[in-house]
Design a protein around this ligand. Structure first.
Ligand code: FCB
Length: 450
């Protein structure tokens, strides 16, 4: 058996998001969000599930805080529901909504768990969607107002702020593929949404700096994946490079270098309407970041499609690989590849793994146990690769498991379980899976035994 130790100040955490766990969509004056609207419209979600109850975390947050303390978590990444604080998107804040997050953060501090708050994990106030949502530049300004208010008014310090979670998903699954709220299917609008999401991030980070917040850090969380070509053929390599431009570089380059990647600008110009970039936008988007958050689950192997204008080519599933219940390839080495790539391509920016985890068909046994050895294997193999990257000098500061508990997995409803904690959706009882015990042990030793 070998022991793999992590640096002294390495942070071990777990993550969730508001719509996926909170429930209570109308409580205490909360406004409607685009996910309330999208799930209730019918036909968008498996079994027409909604987040109306979810894990009932809004009412059970104290019990959930106890669970986190029991796990020995050092940090908890949650998201703030914008329409709880601003039911109309802007204007008058709703004090009761803010109070919920104050109570939560207060409890975390009591347990010595560092709060990491995401400001946008996809639940846009419907009132802003009615004005065009993220395709409207004003939404970025409303976002910055909401962010500035939140930085100032959560009484206790929040250790880490994540402005936007996965702008690629919000923009493209939401506006080009129609799979996420608001369910639109227009690539040009998705490009505009992506730009305004990035702008919202940049404006919020500016407000953070203006407030001179010294003990807190701000960053963004991107969904990143290695995108290797299926073969060494020129066509496959070009398709993989385009897909990498579409999914990874379109966000990394502006944030870390202040410019959209030129090869993609040239490509998009031929087929689509380029996003409405105004003077000064790229400086705002490329402003200083304290860290980059990486959400990584898998990789995408790409084979060229039939036509050259095929943006992404085809995703291929290597037959010898293992897959999670999401159909995502288990590819731990990809985490190492990403962590090294960021340093190589963009320089030594501090990194957090803000999400990593897996869905498997968990079984609650009669004696109340959940033997999720597949999840333990998955987490162990990815954490090992993070350790390797650290050994080689990657400035990795912490790791968050997705997720603390089973929850509403977007279009898949409640059919995909990612939690360390099992939720019985009939009774809303929480049960420790074996992975939770395993993670607790890893945290307490600050490392892994393999
Ligand atoms: C990420 C999301 C998160 C969760 C995981 C499985 O894309 O940020 O909310 O759904 O995937």
């Amino acid at each position: 058996m070998s022991r793999y130790h992590f640096p002294d100040h390495f942070i071990w955490g777990a993550a969730t998001s508001s719509y996926q766990i909170e429930g209570a969509p109308e409580a205490d004056g909360k406004g409607e969000s685009i996910w309330d609207r999208f799930t209730r419209s019918g036909g968008n979600i498996l079994d027409n599930a909604t987040g109306d109850i979810a894990c009932d975390h809004y009412r059970r947050y104290e019990e959930d805080g106890q669970l986190m303390a029991g796990l020995g978590l050092q940090a908890y990444r949650f998201s703030i529901s914008w329409p709880r604080l601003f039911p109309e998107g802007g204007g008058r804040p709703n004090k009761k909504g803010l109070d919920f997050y104050r109570r939560l953060v207060d409890q975390l501090q009591g347990f010595n768990i560092a709060p990491f708050a995401t400001l946008y994990h996809w639940d846009l106030p419907q009132a802003l969607q009615d004005k065009g949502g993220w395709t409207n530049r004003d939404t970025a300004k409303y976002f910055a107002e909401y962010a500035a208010f939140t930085f100032e008014n959560l009484d206790l310090p929040v250790r880490g702020w994540i402005t936007i979670n996965e702008p690629w998903v919000a923009a493209f699954l939401g506006h080009a593929m129609g799979l996420h709220a608001p369910g639109w299917t227009d690539f040009n609008l998705a490009l505009a949404a992506a730009h305004n999401l990035l702008l919202g991030h940049g404006l919020a980070a500016q407000r953070f700096r203006e407030q001179g917040r010294k003990d807190e850090e701000i960053g963004i969380a991107l969904n990143l994946a290695p995108i290797p070509p299926f073969s060494e053929s020129e066509e496959d390599r070009a398709a993989a490079r385009r897909t990498d431009g579409f999914m990874n570089r379109w966000f990394l380059d502006p944030l870390l270098e202040g410019a959209y990647p030129q090869d993609m600008v040239d490509l998009y110009r031929r087929h689509f309407t380029l996003p409405p970039v105004e003077e000064g936008d790229m400086e705002i988007i490329g402003g200083p970041l304290d860290f980059l958050g990486i959400n990584n689950y898998t990789r995408h192997v790409v084979r060229a499609g039939d036509s050259e204008s095929d943006l992404t080519g085809n995703f291929v599933n290597p037959p010898e690989s293992e897959y999670t219940e999401m159909g995502w390839e288990v590819y731990p080495r990809g985490l190492y590849e990403l962590l090294s790539r960021i340093g190589r391509d963009y320089g030594p920016i501090p990194l957090y793994i803000t999400e990593n985890g897996a869905s498997f068909p968990d079984q609650l046994e009669e004696d109340g146990t959940v033997n999720d050895q597949a999840r333990i294997n998955y987490l162990q193999s990815y954490i090992f690769e993070a350790w390797q990257a650290l050994e080689e000098g990657a400035p990795l500061k912490g790791y968050f498991v997705w997720s603390l508990m089973d929850n509403f997995e977007w279009t898949f409803g409640y059919s995909k379980r990612f939690g360390l904690i099992y939720i019985d959706y009939q009774t809303l009882e929480r049960r420790w899976k074996n992975s939770a015990y395993w993670y607790r042990k890893g945290i307490s030793r600050n490392g892994l035994d393999l």
